[in-house]
Structures are given as C-alpha cells and as structure tokens.
Design a binder for this molecule. Structure first.
Ligand code: ZN
Length: 353
C-alpha cells in the first residue's frame, strides 16, 4: 500500500478489505508504520507515531519540528527537554515519540499547526466531521493556549451569549421561513449549530459559556427532528433539528438529558407570576389589565419557545393592545425585564452548573 493511499484513507476513514487472520496476528505483534503523505517533513527532527483508530495494527508517522511544537505547547516543550533515558528509540534517524492519541486527531491538529488547513466553521462542523472538536481536544491536552482560544472564540461566535444576540439570530431565522427566503438560502453564520453535539463539546472541552443557548435551543426542538433518524433533506433548511442520539451514548449525556427535562419544566413554571400587575389606571379596567397578564402567562406555560412568545408581545405596538398606551408600555417594559432576567437564569433553570 503506498503512502499516498494510506494518507487518503486516514482522512476518509479506513474501509479496506479484511486481512487474513494470520496476517492480523502477526501485525498485532509488529504494527505497520506509514509515513504521513504531507506531514512527514524531510527536515523534521522528531517523529511522532500515533495509532490509527480505524485499524488495530496501523500507525502513522508524523515527522515534525521540536522547536515548532515546543514554542506553542509547554507539554511538548517539557517532553522534548527531558534528559534522554538509557535508550532512545529512533525512527528514520531521529528520535521517535509514541503518541497515545488517535492518528486522525493528531493529523487534524498538526494540519492546523502547520497551516495546511484553516480552522473549519463552527456552524456546520459540530454535527458533521467534528474536526474542530478533535483540534480543540488535543490543543487543550497539550496546553496550546493560543490555538485553544482561537477555537473557543469560533465556537462562542456561533452561540448567542446575550439575549440581544439570541433575538437577532432568531429574527433572521424567522424571516428565512417566509417568502422570498423559503428556499433556505440562509447565510451559514445565521444558522444555529446543532445543539446536542455543541453541549457535548462544551462539556468535554470546558466551554460553559455556550451552554445556556445550546440547552435552550435543544429544549425547543422536537425529539422527532433527529439528524440520525431522518434524512437531512426532510428537515427544515434552518437546521432546526438535533442529534438526539448523541445524548445517550455516554454517561455524561444522561446527566445532560436530566438537565434538559428539568429545564423544560422550569421554563413552563417560570411563566407563573412572571409579570407584576399593571398599576391602576383611570382609562383601563382592572379586569382588562389582569386578563392580559393572565392570558400571556397561560400561553407561556404551554409554549415550546417562551423567548419567541414573549418577544412577540414585547415588540407588539402599544396601540395594538386593548388597554391604553401607558398601560401597554408598562406591560411591555415589565415583559422586557422578565425576558432579560429569564435569560440570566438559564444556567439555574437547566441546572447544568
Ligand atoms: Zn391604562
């Protein structure tokens, strides 16, 4: 098998024919090492050898520069500066370091470090290839702080951190559902990323800042809108779906599922007594004022998306209410305050701290 062929399979995932049992046994004793097609640099002074996750016998060799990795990673710097042991294992005339990481993940990291590829968009990547997560995981592990910061910023950019940002994104998505935008031609940066894998990423790579929006977005999606269960084409073009399967693949996600259920319940409870009474007014009856508040509470208790419902009422023109302008303004102002406070409470509502 040529180096180039192995390299291509590394990028795509190995799917070659099964080897005879005898050959497999021999190879488990003597694993094969293949040089990476582009990250085996002729003037590199260290070779990192990593196992290929898709094969129990194949390893990939990356010939890189100690100075390059030492500069961006204190972990590599310490590793390379340790006094040599009795026997230094060599590969192709330079020191060999056997890495515990999957070769595919190490490839993703080194491709970014050596500027072979740009970091992918955080919108689409999280629910497709997860390259960003691979790079983030290893940059965290090897304390490549600058690279980690860049990735965290990319991820935070696609998840609204404030209610204002959330409302802006949601308005754009709403507009895209109506003519003339029904063809789904929504700019990628205006799409919510897939929330289940975003929660997984936030948990694994410690990015708690995206959890409020990711949990809330997931809470308003139907369990039937599942990337794993339905073809992508059947789903809304605005990606209003989740990889629900991600949630129960590991123990951690059982906890996240509980957070989600708690959050949904708490959000409906939050509507009870959500607004203070409108102050007495000479032009409006108390019953009209109370009916408005009570009606909104009932709607919110059963709403799938309480922020969308309350935004609609908070933005409704005062003249469109059946109460006077002053009372309507008071109602809208109280509603705006409620929404902001509710957004701030999301970490407690979903109890994910
Ligand atoms: Zn009034």
């Amino acid at each position: 098998m040529t180096t180039q062929r192995v390299g291509r399979k590394l990028a795509l995932g190995y799917s070659g024919p099964k080897l005879p049992i005898l050959v497999s046994v021999l190879k488990s004793v003597h694993p094969t090492v293949t040089n990476h097609p582009s990250l085996y640099l002729h003037d590199g002074n260290v070779v990192l050898v990593a196992p290929l996750l898709t094969s129990s016998t194949e390893h990939i060799a990356f010939r890189v520069h100690r100075s390059m990795l030492s500069k961006i990673s204190p972990v590599f710097s310490t590793m390379f500066s340790l006094p040599p042991g009795d026997k230094i294992e060599e590969y192709d005339g330079v020191p060999r370091v056997d890495m515990p990481d999957d070769a595919g993940k190490l490839e993703a990291l080194l491709q970014v470090v050596y500027h072979e590829v740009d970091l992918p968009s955080a919108n689409m990547d999280l629910h497709e290839k997860c390259v960003l997560k691979d790079v983030l995981t290893l940059s965290t592990k090897y304390e490549m702080d600058h690279l980690r910061r860049r990735i965290v910023e990319l991820v935070e950019r696609v998840w609204p951190m404030t209610l204002r940002q959330w409302d802006r994104r949601d308005r754009i998505i709403d507009c895209s559902k109506n003519p003339p935008f029904v063809d789904g031609a929504l700019p990628q940066e205006d799409i919510f990323p897939e929330p289940a894998s975003a929660i997984r990423l936030a948990r694994d790579c410690i990015i708690p800042s995206i959890l409020p929006a990711a949990f809330y977005h997931l809470s308003r999606l139907s369990i039937f809108d599942d990337y794993g269960a339905r073809p992508m084409l059947e789903l809304e073009p605005t990606l209003q779906a989740a990889r629900w399967g991600v949630l129960h693949t590991e123990d951690l996600h059982t906890e996240d599922l509980i957070c989600l259920i708690k959050g949904r319940t708490q959000l409906s409870l939050a509507a009870a007594g959500m607004l203070p009474p409108i102050p007495p007014c000479a032009d409006c009856s108390i019953s009209d004022q109370a009916a408005l508040v009570r009606n909104l509470e009932l709607i919110c208790q059963h709403a799938v998306d309480i922020f969308a419902v309350t935004r609609y009422y908070a933005e409704k023109e005062p003249r469109d209410y059946k109460i006077c302008y002053l009372c309507a303004s008071h109602f809208r102002s109280a509603l705006t305050t409620f929404r902001e406070q509710l957004w701030q409470r999301l970490p407690d509502i979903f109890a994910f701290r």
